[in-house]
Design a protein around this ligand. Structure first.
Ligand SMILES: Cc1cc2nc3c(=O)[nH]c(=O)nc-3n(C[C@H](O)[C@H](O)[C@H](O)COP(=O)(O)OP(=O)(O)OC[C@H]3O[C@@H](n4cnc5c(N)ncnc54)[C@H](O)[C@@H]3O)c2cc1C
Ligand SMILES: NC(=O)c1ccc[n+]([C@@H]2O[C@H](COP(=O)([O-])OP(=O)(O)OC[C@H]3O[C@@H](n4cnc5c(N)ncnc54)[C@H](O)[C@@H]3O)[C@@H](O)[C@H]2O)c1
Length: 505
């Protein structure tokens, strides 16, 4: 059995943990079965946002006429855009080389599996199996992957997911037509990209709303904009069957309210109906690591699992599945495990100030509670709403009252205290506009809030009993550095400046 100080599984956000342990000179086993950099870099945020940025530029050029600029129609040069997509994905090779060069990091390329609570083994990609490895600290950052619905005929007809689209099924040119199943962030972002590239997009959504995790008014506004841009959106639909007819894929959908049946014909199908945790290969049944509904690993506010010394961060713990949230948790782990001088200096995770952005045209962003959620929680809710067109800058940008693209900001407030409960934006630069609210909501004196109280090491019990508090001084760069910013958005230029100032990792 080989002994390490730290074992880290997955090379997405978890790399921050490796960086901190590496700096400390600890002996680390880093395990990755796929491309280094994880989902975000190799098949998620980054390649999609290279595409989205190109699609946005086309839409912006179309909108120029509103401010008196005449230009010919803009189109996406698919080959140039695709080269840029793959340039970013290919960074995974450099990330592998970077970690492999450290004497104190053993890089294992293969599937990590538990043999028992603190013992793992790696089925290496070359077909061999590693010797058992162990460490007092194990960090699981294995992420998730597409959940594929069990729809009769789907497997036989074939389909794409974000994994295969950014893999061996990357299209050489835009599809003529595309049926996207799922109207969450993945479905709407790909819908925006392909529709702008000239694809006839059919967006099939199970829920009664697009982006159902957003405020209801935001869902209605994005529906109006996407349909205005020519996407065919089908809400509240049950995909019943898929078949191939005359070389086309036919998706049979049934309206969940009226029972009306329609057939959608498309060159290709893209599944975007949610994700599930990457846990099967870990063989958690050989351990005492507990999972919650859906298989996500249960963690507490210190990212501890039910096995002491084993931590889970990022998508796999089932809390907000965003890369900035994975980075935030990894940063907390890196601090608590390798930097903090005493438990009194420990940081804990909170999930009420996680910003979320969907990079459609227009962009959608929020932090905190929707109006509905605030009411359900019993707050005395106040709401303020303002359209872009009501400001001089909005007018200057060509946004006019009543137009589909005249976005808005909606703020949800606790009337009893005037505290901000949530803020929601749809419109140009939404991803950066609400950041001041994220910072404000994350500042002040905060007291540790227990999550999954039954998960508790002795240190955690003591910190909870003590009511550990932290002063998040709004003037401090440390506070700014510990506040999440949506990834990938331009606000990160500022956020990372704080981190470089601190020289944290
Ligand atoms: C199409 C798409 C677009 C997205 N866009 C955004 C966006 O714009 N902004 C945003 O914030 N989020 C976005 N996300 C979500 C974001 O990608 C994830 O939240 C984030 O990547 C999760 O990071 P992680 O560190 O938890 O895991 P991951 O980045 O998924 O890393 C986990 C790694 O673990 C490896 N692994 C898994 N099991 C094992 C095992 N047993 N042994 C060894 N290795 C293993 C995997 O190969 C993977 O590389 C998007 C996701 C998708 C799919
Ligand atoms: N910009 C971003 O930050 C970004 C972008 C993409 C993905 N992500 C993250 O990745 C995760 C996965 O994204 P997602 O959009 O797949 O997940 P999601 O769970 O947010 O949305 C999936 C949607 O598919 C619908 N659906 C479920 N089954 C369906 C079916 N059979 N037919 C049609 N529709 C069906 C659901 O109603 C849901 O709205 C999300 O949690 C998201 O936060 C983030």
């Amino acid at each position: 059995m080989k002994q390490y100080d730290v074992i880290v599984v997955g090379t997405g956000g978890a790399n921050i943990v490796v960086d901190a342990a590496q700096r400390k000179g600890l002996r680390i086993a880093q395990i990755e079965k796929g491309k280094f950099g994880g989902t975000c870099l190799t098949r998620g945020c980054i390649p999609t946002k290279v595409m989205v940025t190109a699609a946005n530029a086309v839409r912006e050029v179309e909108d120029f006429k509103k401010i008196g600029i005449q230009v010919g129609p803009a189109t996406i040069d698919w080959d140039v855009m695709s080269k840029r997509v793959w340039h970013m994905i290919d960074e995974h090779k450099d990330i592998y080389k970077y970690y492999n060069a450290f004497d104190n990091v053993d890089v294992y390329r293969g599937v990590a599996t538990f043999l028992e609570d603190k013992v793992m083994q790696v089925a290496l990609n070359d077909g061999t199996v590693s010797e058992p490895i162990t460490a007092p600290i194990i960090v699981l950052g294995t992420g998730g992957y597409s959940k594929i619905n069990d729809i009769p005929g789907l497997e036989e007809a074939g389909y794409l997911s974000s994994e295969s689209l950014f893999g061996d099924k990357y299209p050489e040119k835009p599809f003529k037509s595309l049926a996207i199943m799922g109207g969450g962030p993945i479905g709407t972002e790909f819908g925006h990209v392909f529709a702008t590239a000239g694809t006839d997009v059919h967006l099939i959504q199970h829920n009664i709303r697009l982006l159902p995790k957003e405020d209801a008014e935001i869902s209605a506004h994005i529906y109006e904009n996407l349909t205005h841009q020519g996407l065919h959106v089908y809400l509240n639909q049950e995909p019943e069957e898929v078949r191939v007819e005359n070389g086309e894929k036919v998706v049979v959908i049934r309206d969940r309210a009226t029972g009306e049946v329609q057939e959608i014909r498309a060159e290709e199908i893209l599944m975007a109906s949610g994700i599930k945790p990457a846990v099967e290969e870990l063989h958690l049944e050989r351990t005492n690591i507990e999972q919650k509904r859906g298989g996500w690993i249960r963690t507490n506010e210190f990212l501890e699992t039910s096995v002491e010394g084993v931590y889970a961060m990022g998508d796999v713990n089932g809390e907000a599945p965003f890369r900035h949230k994975a980075n935030y948790e990894a940063d907390i782990l890196a601090h608590n495990l390798f930097v903090a001088e005493s438990p009194d200096d420990f940081r804990w995770a909170r999930y009420d100030v996680v910003p979320a952005v969907t990079f459609t045209y227009p962009e959608v962003g929020h932090v905190g509670l929707t109006e509905q959620e605030a009411k359900e929680k019993g707050y005395n809710v106040g709401v303020g709403k303002n359209h872009y067109s009501s400001t001089a800058k909005g007018f200057a940008m060509g946004l006019n009252p009543g137009d589909a693209d005249d976005g808005f900001v909606k703020i949800v407030v606790d009337k009893d205290t005037n505290n901000i409960l949530g803020i929601h934006v749809i419109g140009p630069q939404a991803s950066i506009l609400f950041q001041p609210y994220v910072n404000l909501m994350n500042s002040g004196t905060t007291t540790l809030q227990a999550i999954n109280e039954d998960i508790a090491s002795e240190t955690t019990k003591a910190l909870r009993a003590k009511g550990l508090t932290r002063n998040m001084d709004p003037h401090s760069v440390i506070t700014v550095g510990e506040t999440m910013s949506p990834h990938p958005s331009l606000i990160e230029v500022i956020m990372w400046t704080q981190v470089y100032y601190e020289n944290r990792w």
